[in-house]
Design a binder for this molecule. Structure first.
Ligand code: SER
Length: 991
């Protein structure tokens, strides 16, 4: 053994493999089978319930960037905010550890057992914590079922921590002893190793871990938890008893629970007798696929560190690791634009594909298919969302390539001067160039947390990016202080809204407005029934300060005990309404929520004083509410229809008002075409006509996981009481969104839907404006009348050659360019059609006037020839002519003018819009040494100071043009007569 330790790393690993091959001759267990054996053991044999893996997007927990452990979806149960559906559960959970407390990104590829994405085999018991049961089940599974040799196993337990007054877990130590684990294999550790915490805050507790030593023998206990490749943690059994508070204190929880997690990839490596996870069937197919699809590269080898001299094999490992993480994240609806860490991983994968494997395009997407095939049977969302996975990879690859072309060049120049920066990858940190320039210009040695926040906020650099940049520039930076600053900024921005209004009962939550009544409305045969509510004024605020009363005509805000009005939230504007007090009326314009109170902002219309505690009747503005509801429900339909049409979309923002709806959506494929818009509009109108029920149910984040719900990436949803709005149109379009807005109860009540605008915002976002209800009907009627008017006009222009002025056409165009807020709005698709007709009309008119112009030119030239002949100036058989027709302002076809003169030299000069042009032709028989088209034109060229040249490919002696030249109006007459005279003289002299 001593010999082994002294040997180089690769020799050691080779020897270990050699030893393994002798240890057992049984057939290794496949990953698929190993996963199933775990689930069978807990679910079938020990009666645990199966709970599906949650997506890796933590949609109700802002404290972690990704789901980083199997317990994340049960956090609410541990913190006692959520009731468990089952008391004992087990599953295999998708986990990502590339940020926050658990971050393995830098280690990936450098060893064989850290991953960005991994599966965690876990089991949990809620409100019950039998350490004995958990340790013995885990031991039995490993040693009896998987038949792992006990002599390779070590266990650790929590040895206590005095700073936090946490006792050692001696109970656990005794359990392991009873299970037959020798004392020298039961090792105590302190907090970093044996006290598990989910994040900076949240559930936590002492844990006991099972470690596997790929080698065997005495004196190995000292290597446990020392980061050796061959001695790794396999299973972590956490006894959740505490919670870490934001101030750092660890406080007991009301109940104790069990949370266990085993690294699946490491287990498979043990079962397949490999030291590196990459040598198992979970990765081999990917490494082979990379080799197969990339020509002229050596095959993957299990070598690390200095033995991997050009990092080829680390690159193989990183790419194989990253492609699993990318496929899983995208399959779970994560959007790189909303998650810079995912984008960073994607860019690393693109960069390796291009620079190491010489595949600048398509490799990442191609490899994602292998992951979908391999893991799709376990996580079906990979298969159902494969189109989305592919589209987003393509889209991100395009951006990456563009960035490479632009940012890389500048970064390369910077590196030339500052070589220490060469290890930073600008493609992984697009804001790097700007951040670098910013730091350089400020000439600092110390980066304050506030400055770091600026880099984060303005240039998008994260903690690791700032750390790396400062390290390269030799600037001091404290990442811990930076994280604290981030937290403080968040708190400040939260506090801002609360502290604007200085009322203690408002800040401490004593004052409350009951506002569930906003959802209390019924649909009847004739419309919706919104009941007024009897209310009492709790506070009156003027200029954000509490007052006891206000005078007539005052502008103020009332905090009421209850309200049936909707306050602005979830993108929907607030309701309006009236409060009828016996002494006057309060007109509510807007509502704002501060803590648990709702402020009704408006004007007091009376000549009497309004006092605190006054009672009145609150009635909402039904027509405004109705329009809000129509627009909100239609927004959900639009969101679902867009997703269906484009395969993958992501809602960026939405605005629902009583006048229109606006949805900004990210699309990862081509822009929306007119045909697509038409088919979406038609579909939504069919759903409206079909009268689909809009159901509202309450759900919680746990149940939402199984309901295929459309969520906004990056949005954090509450854990409980989530309103789920659903519409199912014959299973062919299903909309299911969590939403706090107010909706119609039946799609029929939306009446009509039409697009008004669909504009591109940046590269991938389309901003859509649309109308519903009476405004849509009105717009449709207005659009139809305009369309009709244009059709008539088209007919008159075509059939009766009706003349139309430019002004008239402009007016029509202006009518079509309506805005969503105008009284008369033209629906987008009608507008597109009308513009097409208008273009056709304009084209016809242009053609007609061009034909006329040609006729005029012909006439004018003929008359010029006749005049010349009449003058019987037979010695001077040539024409020099200023084309008067050009006064029409149109650029005239000069060729047409010269062609009108047959058999003699002709020079024509024109001027349109202050630009002079000329052309001359000289028949072959007139040409001589001194008289050619070019020489003749040069005379004119000298006067106008413009160049002369023949038309492309033509003989300069026979035809020549004067290049268009702008002439000042004051000089024009004089230059013209000079040039006409000079051209005449020249011809006379040389012909
Ligand atoms: N939550 C613990 C861990 O992630 C056990 O699953 O290690």
């Amino acid at each position: 053994m001593i010999v082994l330790i002294r040997k180089s790393h690769t020799d050691k690993l080779n020897l270990i493999r050699f030893l393994h091959s002798f240890r057992s001759s049984s057939v290794p267990i496949s990953a698929k089978k190993a996963r199933q054996m775990f689930l069978d053991f807990y679910i079938r044999d020990n009666h645990y319930s199966f709970v599906k893996s949650s997506p890796v997007v933590p949609f109700h927990d802002a404290t972690v960037p990704f789901v980083n452990a199997g317990m994340n979806q049960f956090k609410g149960i541990f913190l006692n905010t959520h009731k468990p559906l089952y008391s004992k559960v087990a599953n295999s959970q998708k986990c990502i550890r590339i940020g926050g407390k658990h971050n393995d990104l830098e280690a990936v590829g450098q060893d064989g057992y850290h991953h960005t994405f991994f599966e965690m085999l876990g089991n949990w018991t809620f409100k019950e914590c039998s350490k004995e049961e958990q340790c013995s089940l885990a031991w039995k599974l490993l040693t009896d079922v998987y038949k792992i040799n006990k002599q390779h196993l070590y266990v650790t337990y929590f040895g206590g921590n005095t700073t936090h007054s946490l006792p050692a877990d001696n109970e656990c130590r005794e359990i392991w002893r009873k299970l037959g684990v020798p004392s020298n294999r039961i090792l105590p550790f302190d907090m970093p190793e044996n006290f598990w915490e989910m994040g900076a805050t949240g559930p936590c507790g002492p844990c006991t871990e099972i470690h596997y030593d790929h080698l065997r023998g005495p004196y190995r206990a000292q290597f446990v938890n020392k980061g050796l490749h061959e001695l790794v943690e396999l299973w972590n059994i956490v006894f959740i008893e505490y919670k870490r508070e934001a101030d750092g204190k660890i406080v007991p929880l009301p109940d104790k629970h069990v949370d266990t997690g085993m690294g699946f990839e490491r287990l498979v490596a043990v079962l397949q007798r490999k030291i590196s996870n990459y040598d198992t069937d979970l990765f081999q197919y990917l490494l082979k696929a990379i080799f197969k699809t990339c020509k002229d590269i050596p095959q993957y080898k299990n070598v690390f560190g200095e033995h991997d001299w050009n990092s080829l094999h680390a690159s193989y490992r990183i790419l194989a690791d990253h492609i699993r993480m990318i496929s899983i994240s995208l399959g779970d609806g994560m959007i790189p634009e909303e998650n810079q860490k995912l984008r960073k991983v994607l860019r690393k994968a693109f960069s390796i594909s291009e620079n190491v494997f010489k595949r600048p395009n398509g490799l990442v997407k191609e490899l994602s298919n292998y992951v979908i095939d391999n893991l799709g049977a376990v996580y079906s969302e990979l298969e159902s969302n494969s189109k989305q996975i592919h589209m987003i990879i393509d889209y991100e690859e395009d951006i990456y390539q563009e960035l490479r072309r632009n940012a890389s060049a500048e970064w390369e120049r910077i590196i030339l001067n500052d070589t220490a920066l060469a290890n930073l990858d600008v493609l992984e940190m697009p804001g790097l160039v700007q951040a670098y320039k910013d730091i350089r210009s400020s000439k600092i040695d110390d980066l304050t947390p506030q400055y770091a926040y600026r880099l984060y906020d303005t240039f998008g650099l994260d903690e690791s990016g700032i750390t790396a940049l400062c390290k390269s520039l030799n600037i001091r930076f404290d990442p811990v202080a930076f994280v604290k600053e981030l937290e403080a900024v968040k708190q400040r921005s939260k506090a801002g809204t609360i502290l604007d209004v200085q009322i203690p009962e408002l800040a401490d939550g004593t004052l409350k407005t009951e506002d569930n009544l906003k959802y209390d409305y019924k649909r009847t045969e004739t419309g919706y029934n919104f009941q007024p509510v009897e209310i009492q004024v709790l506070k009156i605020l003027q200029s954000n300060a509490p007052v006891d009363e206000v005078k007539g005509g005052a502008e103020c805000a009332l905090i009421l005990d209850k309200t049936n009005l909707y306050h602005e939230s979830g993108g929907q504007i607030s309701d309006g309404g009236n409060i009828d007090f016996s002494i006057g009326e309060f007109r509510v314009r807007q509502l704002k929520k501060i803590n648990d109170c709702i402020l009704h902002v408006g004007s007091w219309c009376s000549d009497k004083d309004l006092k605190v505690h006054a009672k009145g009747k609150l009635t909402l503005d039904e027509s405004r509410r109705m329009c809000n509801m129509q627009n909100h429900t239609a927004t959900h339909l639009l969101n679902a229809a867009l997703k269906e049409a484009k395969g993958a979309t992501c809602q960026k923002s939405s605005k629902v008002t009583d006048r229109y709806l606006n949805l900004d959506v990210g699309v990862f494929s081509e822009k929306l075409s007119t045909d697509e818009l038409k088919s979406i509009e038609d579909k939504i109108n069919r759903i409206i006509q079909d009268g689909v029920v809009v159901s509202v149910t309450e759900t919680d984040s746990q149940s939402m996981l199984n309901q295929n719900v459309t969520v906004i990436p990056g949005e954090v949803y509450p854990e409980k009481n989530i309103r789920l709005i659903e519409m199912n149109w014959n299973n062919s379009l299903v909309s299911r969104e969590p939403c706090c807005g107010t909706h119609v109860h039946n799609t029929k009540d939306i009446k009509l839907f039409c697009f008004v605008a669909a504009k591109s915002l940046g590269r991938s976002t389309v901003s859509i404006h649309a109308l519903t209800g009476d405004r849509a009907i009105k717009a449709k009627e207005y659009g139809a009348s305009l369309h009709n008017e244009l059709l008539q006009l088209h007919k008159s222009v075509t059939e009766n050659s009706q003349e139309i002025s430019d002004e008239h056409l402009q007016k029509l165009r202006k009518k079509l360019s309506s805005n969503v807020n105008d009284v008369n709005v033209v629906p987008l698709l009608v507008k597109v059609e009308c513009l097409r007709i208008l273009d056709e009309i304009a084209q016809q008119i242009r053609e007609r006037s061009r034909n006329k112009l040609k006729e005029y030119i012909d006439l004018e030239m003929k008359s010029a020839v006749e005049t010349k002949i009449l003058k019987s100036d037979v010695d001077n058989k040539f024409i020099v002519h200023y084309l008067h027709t050009s006064i029409a302002g149109e650029s005239v076809p000069l060729q047409k003018a010269t062609k009108a003169v047959d058999g003699m030299p002709v020079m024509v000069i024109t001027c349109a819009d202050s630009v002079v042009k000329a052309r001359c032709t000289v028949p072959e028989s007139y040409k001589n040494d001194k008289f050619t088209a070019e020489k003749w034109m040069q005379v004119v060229g000298d006067i106008f100071k413009s160049t002369v040249a023949p038309p492309k490919g033509q003989d300069k002696e026979l035809v020549c043009n004067l290049k268009g030249k702008r002439i000042d109006d004051s000089e024009w007459q004089s230059l013209l007569s000079q040039s006409l005279q000079a051209a005449e003289l020249y011809a006379k002299k040389h012909l």
